[in-house]
Design a protein around this ligand. Sequence first.
Ligand code: ATP
Ligand code: MG
Length: 184
Amino acid sequence: MFIKSIVLDGFKSYGQRTEVTGFDEQFNAITGLNGSGKSNILDAICFVLGITNLTHVRAASLQDLIFKSGQGGVNKATVSITFDNTNKSQCPPGFECYSEIVITRQVVMGGKNKYLMNGTNVPNKKVQDLFCSIQLNVNNPHFLIMQGKITKVLNMKPPEILAMVEEAAGTRMYEVKRQESQKM
Ligand code: ATP
Ligand code: MG
C-alpha cells in the first residue's frame, strides 16, 4: 500500500478542502515556505494513522486540530487518505478485492472523533487492526522522526541506533524474547 492522495478539510491551517496528490510510491518531499503547512500534512497523516500522543502532532487536544480550534467558522476537521492497494503482496488481509482503501478520520467540536473505511463508519479498532496487519504503527516511538528530532538521532549511541532500527523493522520483540529466554 502507498498513499495516492490526501484530502484535508478543516484540519489545522487547511480551513478549506485541499487535496494533495502526485505521491511517489517510495519517496516524497514536501517543499514550501516556512509556516505554509508542510508539517501539518504530516500531522494529518499521523492523525489518520491513529496517533495517540497528540503532542507529536503539536496539539493539546483533538479539538486543537480543527481550523483555528473551531473559532474560524469551521466546526470539524476531516482527513481522508486514499491508499493504492494494487500490490497484493502488501495487502492487508481481507482487503484483497479493493484496488483502493480510503481511510477517513474526523473530529468534531468537543473532541469526539470517528473513522470511516471506504465511506462506512467503523470502530477505531478496525482501523488500528488494518494498519497493524501491515506493520504500520504510528505509535511506535521510532516510526516518526519529526521536525527538530534529527539532532537527537545524530547524537544517539550505536546500541540506541540499533534498538531504533530493530523497533522500526519489527524485530525488537524477538530480541526482547531472546534476552528473556536467556535469563531462564
Ligand atoms: P516550517 O517550514 O517552519 O517547518 P511548515 O510548512 O511545516 O513550516 P506548519 O507547521 O505545517 O508549517 O504550519 C504552521 C502553520 O499552521 C502556522 O501558521 C500555524 O498558525 C498554523 N496552524 C496550526 N494549527 C492550526 C489550527 N488549528 N488552525 C489554523 N492554523 C493552524
Ligand atoms: Mg515544518
